[in-house]
Design a protein around this ligand. Structure first.
Ligand SMILES: [Zn+2]
Length: 96
């Protein structure tokens, strides 16, 4: 009889601290703290501070920028919501 031990890794919504946005062109990176992200000013700040590339297609109506905005809004609400349940996210253990 063989036994398999499976390790799973979970995080809580409050464990998500920041977005790292990396410019694929010059590799410059910026970290945006979830707590402090100014969502209405995000478009301006998503331009690469190093080479000026539009890192997230920085137009106001950029779909990916809107997804980031929605994600951060949902995450903040989830963190603030009182719940009797422990809500966690499972993350992969697989090395990339
Ligand atoms: Zn860049």
């Amino acid at each position: 009889m063989s036994m398999t031990i499976e390790h799973r890794t979970y995080i809580e919504p409050k464990d998500i601290l920041a977005f790292e946005i990396r410019c694929k062109l010059c590799q410059a990176q910026a970290t945006y703290k979830i707590e402090k992200m100014q969502l209405d000013r995000l478009a301006v700040r998503m331009i690469c501070p190093n080479c000026g590339t539009d890192v997230l297609l920085s137009a106001e109506d950029s779909p990916e920028l809107n997804r980031v905005r929605e994600f951060v809004q949902s995450l903040r609400r989830l963190i603030q919501t009182e719940s009797r349940a422990l809500i966690r996210l499972e993350i992969t253990n697989e090395p990339k």
